[in-house]
Design a protein around this ligand. Structure first.
Ligand SMILES: Cc1cc2nc3c(=O)[nH]c(=O)nc-3n(C[C@H](O)[C@H](O)[C@H](O)COP(=O)(O)OP(=O)(O)OC[C@H]3O[C@@H](n4cnc5c(N)ncnc54)[C@H](O)[C@@H]3O)c2cc1C
Length: 398
């Protein structure tokens, strides 16, 4: 696949510069990344591999080592905070910040939720000691049971025990936000499925109202693949203005499209997802513009691998003559993906961060499967990531 990129901006960002994009990778790393992306390019392999992998982990087969040396090594910082330090330093050398993301998903017990809370607080303290880690990311479903969030959203009365669970979840989140506020470390709250998102939005808004008075500590996530989210962003801004706090906004397109559409069809309600990709792209860019126009009151992050959206934000910053290093104007990509965006923008002086997931290998498997599926090509063509890697391999004459 030919990799298309746009012309240079006046400020010298050039997404086609693969030399800068991969300058942090040794020849051996680059070859290994090419092997990995070639494997992920085979849909049948990703599909059967994901199922077999999940089964192997469930059956406690010794697959940890294979996963750790391959896909985990490429997309994750390590199993512990300490193991992430070299990645944090390596990114920092290239002017890229780190957002740590403890990979706890789908947990079910109070013990597991407390353990996620403690780990998130450790990550905040780690960030406090590392200038290049400004933000920690968290998932509400790592702190409390999915079913409780769903019941609250539906307005179903909770039993006594469930009320206690919900209060415990609230307290866990509040304790995390409190520590983040004390240390002036940001906290991204991930967006999840629409049937629990109202509850997440409520929790995020409550925390923003408590902790964002002077600076943005807590950020909610806005999934622009939903047709109601641009209005929701505008509404969230109005509430923040009225109540006197800074809105923290992480903009994403959204990761659960198939699941959302399938559920809507199965339960016969109108899908919350936009009618097509173009509609998502339009609202996404409109959301960027909305935030840029109010950037002193909205701290935001363009969390995407979409080149056109990155380009659009760069153009708006340049056209409006804004300070490209302003702490409210951020870009973020996942570790191991879209290095051509991250490192070229960072080199030009923009605020860029990589999401760095970490945790025990078995806990990060669902995240790794999502990355593998995302990178498997639909048509059998070379994926975008592989295209860039192969360009650099050719340039280095490897
Ligand atoms: C740093 C970071 C943090 C993230 N955090 C979250 C999070 O908290 N919650 C979350 O849900 N996701 C999150 N994501 C994932 C994100 O939502 C996207 O799934 C992913 O980044 C791909 O979208 P894109 O903008 O990079 O680019 P693109 O590749 O241009 O867009 C792909 C996306 O477009 C949308 N899309 C595709 N086809 C259609 C269609 N037919 N109709 C309507 N829309 C369509 C889907 O959202 C799809 O994922 C995060 C991503 C990053 C980089």
């Amino acid at each position: 696949m030919a990799v298309k990129t746009k012309k240079k901006l006046k400020n010298e960002v050039d997404f086609s510069n693969v030399e800068i994009a991969f300058s942090g990778m040794s020849d051996a790393d680059l070859r290994q990344a090419a092997r990995l992306f070639k494997m992920m390019n085979k849909r049948w392999l990703v599909s059967t591999g994901s199922q077999l992998g999940l089964m192997a982990f469930k059956m406690r087969l010794p697959v940890n080592a294979i996963v750790e040396k391959t896909i985990f090594k490429h997309f994750c910082g390590g199993k512990t905070l300490l193991e992430c330090q070299p990645t944090v330093d390596h990114l920092s050398e290239q002017n890229v910040l780190t957002i740590l993301d403890y990979g706890a998903e789908g947990k079910k017990t109070e013990e597991a939720f407390n353990s996620t809370m403690r780990e998130t607080m450790r990550a905040i303290r780690f960030a406090n000691e590392n200038n290049s880690v400004p933000v920690i990311s968290t998932k509400i479903t790592g702190l409390g049971r999915f079913e409780i969030l769903e019941k609250v959203q539906k307005g179903i009365e909770l039993t006594g025990a469930e009320k206690e669970e919900y209060i415990a979840l609230f307290k866990r989140l509040n304790s995390i936000c409190h520590v983040a506020h004390e240390h002036k470390v940001g906290l991204f709250i991930d967006a999840e499925e629409s049937w629990i998102q109202d509850t997440i939005d409520y929790l995020a808004r409550t925390m923003m109202e408590r902790y964002n008075k002077k600076q943005a500590i807590v950020y909610n996530t806005f999934q622009l693949y939903r047709h109601d989210r641009l209005d929701f962003l505008k509404n969230s801004y109005e509430i923040a203005r009225r109540k006197g706090y800074i809105l923290g906004a992480k903009l994403v397109r959204g990761a659960y499209m198939e699941k959302e559409n399938a559920r809507a069809e199965e339960m016969a309600y109108a899908s919350p997802i936009q009618r097509d990709k173009a509609a998502t792209d339009k609202d996404y860019n409109e959301a960027i513009r909305f935030c840029i126009d109010r950037y002193e009151e909205i701290a935001f992050c363009n969390a995407s691998h979409n080149e056109a959206s990155a380009w659009y934000m760069l153009e708006l910053i340049e056209r409006n003559n804004l300070d490209k290093g302003h702490s409210h104007l951020n870009f973020c990509q996942l570790l191991g993906m879209s290095d051509h965006l991250s490192f070229n923008m960072a080199k030009a002086g923009y605020c860029v961060a990589k999401y760095v997931p970490y945790g025990p290998v078995r806990d990060v498997v669902p995240y790794l499967i999502r990355r593998a599926r995302e990178n498997s090509a639909v048509t059998g063509d070379m994926s975008r990531e592989l295209g860039f890697i192969m360009q650099e391999i050719k340039r280095r004459r490897l």
